[in-house]
Design a protein. Sequence first.
Length: 287
Amino acid sequence: MAGAAGRAEWARYWQYAELPGLDLLRARYVRHAFPRHSHEGYVFGAVTQGLEDVALPGETVHAGPGSVVMINPEVPHTARAGVPEGWVYATLYPSAQVINDIAADTTDLRGTVGFTETSVVDPYAARLIGEVHRAAEEGNALAADSVLRVMVTRLLTRHGSALSTPGPRAAGARDAARARAVLESRMAAPPSLEALATELGTSPFALLRAFRKQYGMPPHTWLTDARVRRARRMLDAGTAPALAAAEVGFTDQPHLNRHFTRIVGVPPGAYQRERARTYKTCPEPPG
């Protein structure tokens, strides 16, 4: 790819009304880099061009064409281009309910399921992810739902397992959970780290260390991610971006725009417009 046109970025993040509990993203990113964040549901990404570097706790995977990236709920990660020309990919974001319902219907796995591998070379599964996108864009609910189930069942059968139930929490983990609850309840006006630690009866450094160990990121990074999540829910409900920004604690709409775009991959206005529309057909994005 050469020239400015060959390095152009584009992205479409949307939801197909006939497949509730599933978000879809197709994009080409060159300069864009996703900061550390996590998802409430699962991630299945299939790179079709270029290379994506995904950094997770303890490893960095390099995903190229034919590979599928699988990320379990609440696992912190970053993503960026692994080559100068960036990467093109199709991603599915199914909810935990969607995946666990498919697991109960098609496998012997029970409870909350997860994936033991982060990135696998599986051209067939990668192609199925693209087919889910195409079927949804064409308004073919039967095909989109069927292919989604085949793809998820294949990956569950090969790489799935039941996630272990956490045991009793140590004191540091309890403090981290209490800190998270405080930040969720005071998102628009959070306390300082020192004030939060004092309120919880611990030290700032101990709380910082415990929070990072429990959630994979420091409290201020987690809070930004949580604000974007809550803003997304408000945008889904039709709230104007400026009002959502104020409600979740961003200083203004540009502040929301910056963090939302970095974490979600599209600006909040574009995200909200796509969520409000259902296409029967969708032309192939440029690139």
